[in-house]
Design a protein around this ligand. Sequence first.
Ligand SMILES: *Cc1c(COP(=O)(O)O)cnc(C)c1O
Length: 372
Amino acid sequence: MSSETNLPIPAADLRPQNYQLRTQLVAAVESVLERGQFILGPNVHAFEHEVADYLGVAQAIGVNSGTDALILALRALEIGAGDEVITTPFTFFATAEAISAVGADPVFVDIDPNTFVVEPEAVAAAITDRTRALIPVHLYGHAAPMNELAAIAEPHGLALIEDAAQSFGGRLDGRRLGTLGHVGALSFFPSKNLGGFGDGGMVTTDDAELAERVRWLRTHGSKRKYQNEMIGYNTRLDEVQAAMLRVKLPHVDVWNKDRQRVAQHYDHHLRDVKGVITPRTLPDVEHVFHQYTVRIASGDRDLVARKLREHNIGTMVYYPVPVHRLPVYATVGASLPMAEKAAGEVLSLPMFPHMTEREVELVAQGIKTCLR
Ligand SMILES: *Cc1c(COP(=O)(O)O)cnc(C)c1O
């Protein structure tokens, strides 16, 4: 291989977007220092409105992380001990962790092997008289089947909570993800499609009462200062984070378009590579490619990852162990073959908005060499 292939291609590189906006980002931080208001100041307020407008939802409440957004959504819906919440095992741990953190029991059901999101028929089959909510995850930036899930949830009176941590800006039927259920949870973890400079998250909903309860919960369960009415949390989006995220929000559509362009290049360069299954996007879905995740079906996934690493190409496995197989959920004892198979085959290739077609080609060449 030519020496060019030794140029490092990281799994993700967000420095270009931060350089691009550096002057504005620094100015945003300085303005917060100048004002001296660091908790629930004007930037949090403005950012909440800007995200609500962007998504097309009535209410957005800034919190400390995506994980806390899920916890507050569940608490605001008064879901807790004795309740079951149906979710996917093929997700980041936080989805299930939030359910357990409020005292409820996660019930894991299998995934659609083509899109890696939860399978509606499996959800329907798992409903019991203890089920209170569903938490689908728009994994890798691809929408979960919200229409089918809403049809299942409604007759049972179940809440539909979207884990939209990986899908900021994505759409289903032209509507933004995070606005399709009763409540949505967003994450601004630095590597997410809209990433901050530390932890951050947001709860979205059209339900004004639910939004009010989330606002109380994020400030120690107090409607008014020192009049605490429930056991809450200290989980606010920081003013500095909000000020910096406001600089980035107007650019997120362009960055998502760039991710889609990178995905098209991958589709093209991997099209005829035997042993590689490229990601499917269902009609009516606008995929925002938080990850571009292929399957290496031959049992060679770890070999491919290792070889690429030798060529300084970074890849990631999201997720090597499905959540129901983690020791903390060992007692759940479910057997979910599609999720387990996926965990052994998935490989997320380098993906970031500023990635060039040449870099995509080098990754594809590297994979071809391994599978030859
Ligand atoms: C990142 C992520 C979360 C948690 O978000 P944090 O902001 O890191 O707490 C939850 N669910 C999914 C699917 C995620 O990818």
